[in-house]
Design a protein around this ligand. Structure first.
Ligand code: AMP
Length: 118
């Protein structure tokens, strides 16, 4: 069972922000912004590449509610989902990062293999 499925089952504790029948939002254990919250579906879905439109249609207002609860709707925030190896996905259970609480930097690419072009 993946680590986020264990959080869904309560086997691993999490610092929850909001929960409903389909989703949980909880604080990232290793925050990279003053506010760093993850939103996951309770169902195990590997990544954004595998999510269907019906679930995304429910996930969107849930994420918006989390943003409001965190007080980020006025100041702004970043919503990110990493997909696969190049995307930097470490946990293969769909999650959106909500990042905010201060000005965020915008930098993505680290040249590790000069033979590979983007
Ligand atoms: P990603 O690299 O997009 O797969 O992001 C995975 C995120 O999960 C990272 O930001 C981790 O800090 C976070 N994370 C890993 N384990 C936990 C946990 N037990 N509780 C909260 N966040 C976690």
């Amino acid at each position: 069972m993946c680590i986020f499925c264990k959080i869904v089952d309560g086997e691993i504790p999490s610092n929850k922000v909001l929960e409903d029948d389909n989703f949980i939002a909880f604080h990232d254990i290793n925050p990279t912004a003053p506010i760093h919250v993850l939103v996951i579906p309770k169902e195990h879905i590997e990544s954004f590449s595998d999510v269907d439109a019906d679930l995304m249609a429910k996930m969107t207002p849930f994420i918006q509610d989390v943003v409001k609860k965190l007080g980020l709707d006025e100041s702004g925030y970043r919503l990110v989902t990493n997909i696969g190896s190049d995307g930097g996905q470490e946990i293969n259970h769909l999650h959106f990062h909500i990042l905010g609480g201060g000005k965020l930097i915008w930098k993505h690419y680290q040249e590790s293999d000069p033979k590979r072009s983007i």
